[in-house]
Design a protein around this ligand. Sequence first.
Ligand code: GDP
Length: 203
Amino acid sequence: MSQFPITSATFAGSSSNVAKIALHNLPEYAFIGRSNVGKSSLINMLTGQRRLALTSATPGKTQLINHFLINKAWYIVDLPGYGFAKTSKSQREALGKLINDYLVHSLQLTLLFVLIDIRLDPQAIDIAFIEQLGCWEIPFAIVFTKADKMGLVAGQQQVEAYQKRLLEQWEELPPHFIVSSKKGTGREELISYIDSINKQIKK
Ligand code: GDP
């Protein structure tokens, strides 16, 4: 049993318009990444609910901002995946605008988790997105997903290669986590990290 259990996780609403998201004063932890990176699976793994966030395999999955209230004390925000090849240019632009609006205007965004598939070498689209976060001064952490698909040593090498790439642009490395939704790896670390930030905010 986790030391920082998630005892309740409920769907709190969807929106395609940042201005319509209800105002509240609880911290928000948002999750983003390229489509198929394993974002929905991670949210479901963290909350212990198999179908809270709809996975890519769900028919008719729409691209919205979804809020989930956790322990009645903070929110997980499921942002749409970016860089999905099967959508049209206009759809991609609309999505990009929705994501940017949220990142720039959300009053409660506390931290953004940027998900990266641990098997992939640094991709231009992710590196550009991370650079943009720097310009906007948005606090973020990197989550390397699908760790079960690689050996421990190979996974660590991927993480180090990624960090080396980031150091070409950044003076300091962001916090990072290595997770597997399939195995539950990294759940405790991630939740206790969020918990520690929530405690700091309360002080
Ligand atoms: P999303 O589009 O980012 O929300 O990605 P999904 O959560 O829908 O996952 C995309 C695909 O990757 C699905 O087929 C998942 O079963 C698979 N997947 C997600 N997380 C993991 C993981 O930790 N390990 C493995 N082996 N597969 C995963």
